[in-house]
Ligand binder design. Structure first.
Ligand SMILES: [Zn+2]
Length: 301
């Protein structure tokens, strides 16, 4: 089974490469979190074919050459060992070729917000993982370089992301456990679908809990109502977060408010809350419109 981490990374790998500055920044994020990044050798290992293809393409576009591909067990390694190529990479990222200390973040490469996001995408692609929506929320990026991690953390703080950091074994992890922050991070680096999946799961969990407290209702029926309503509410909340209520036309805003405000209400119950009451088909029509608009907001990111 494909893990949620792999799905999320595949989503990121499908993203357009973006501006030149961002391509360089993304590759830089990959390199700083790769197995080897020095003036002697660069070595990037992954079991994910889409990721190897993306990184290889980035090398070609940014530095004008393709790394050598080696097989390592069931994985692939991209290797750069030719001096000419190593000079191009280190020089291009603002390093002195002769010095061997590369595990520092050169802020010049990630100055623009677009580039910071691309850099974090590269870091996550290389060293990140995210727990699947059914599990407890957790996203982390691993490294064996503590100073680098502190510098990357300060970059995240500057960009409104608030990670935590912990030592683990000989290395360090940057992590989040808060769903909202994980959604923000995934949206920032270009994985709105993964963020949406987490948000849907969260809303569904909340609604289940609410139902469990309401002992007098018909549970089976409620669960059916809930699944549909959770999907709608997650989509609406996402659209509201990204664009605000203005994204919905005036005549749909009351419906938006009522749907979000009464997550466990059935269609009939919801229709009766309007003044004057709506018909069920009338409400259905409005909800379809709302979902259409909310869906477009996700697509446009
Ligand atoms: Zn950029």
């Amino acid at each position: 089974m494909v893990s949620f981490s792999v799905k999320t990374k595949n989503e990121l790998c499908r993203m357009a490469a973006g501006r030149d500055c961002c391509q360089r920044a993304e590759l830089y994020g990959v390199l700083l979190f790769a197995s080897e990044f020095s003036n002697r050798r660069i070595r990037i290992v992954s079991g994910q074919a889409a990721l190897i293809r993306r990184i290889s393409a980035l090398f070609l576009r940014v530095f004008g050459f393709s790394p050598e591909i080696q097989a390592v067990g069931g994985k692939r390694a991209l290797v750069v060992s030719e001096e000419r190529c190593l000079r191009a990479v280190l020089g291009g990222l603002g390093y002195d070729y002769r010095s061997y200390i590369t595990y520092h973040l050169n802020r010049n490469v990630v100055e623009e917000p677009c580039c910071a996001a691309a850099f974090l995408r590269g870091a996550f692609l290389m060293a990140g993982s995210v727990a699947s929506p059914e599990k407890k929320c957790h996203l982390e990026i691993k490294s064996s370089h503590a100073i680098l991690c502190r510098e990357v953390m300060s970059l995240m703080l500057d960009n409104g992301l608030e990670p935590k950091m912990a030592e683990r074994g000989s290395g360090v992890v940057i992590y989040w456990k808060d769903t909202q922050r994980i959604e923000d991070f995934l949206t920032t680096i270009g994985a709105p679908r993964a963020a949406m999946a987490l948000m849907e799961a969260k809303v569904e969990k909340q609604l289940r809990n609410e139902i469990n407290r309401q002992v007098n209702c018909e549970t089976a029926n409620m669960v059916k109502v809930t699944a549909a309503s959770a999907k709608q509410i997650a989509a609406i909340e996402r659209a509201l977060m990204l664009r605000g209520i203005e994204v919905f036309p005036e005549n749909l805003r009351e419906t938006v408010d009522l749907r979000v405000g009464h997550p466990t209400a059935s269609l009939a119950e919801l229709a009766a809350m309007f003044d004057p009451p709506l018909s069920k088909p009338g409400l259905n029509h409005r909800l379809r419109k709302i979902m259409e608009i909310a869906g477009q907001v996700g697509e446009g990111e």
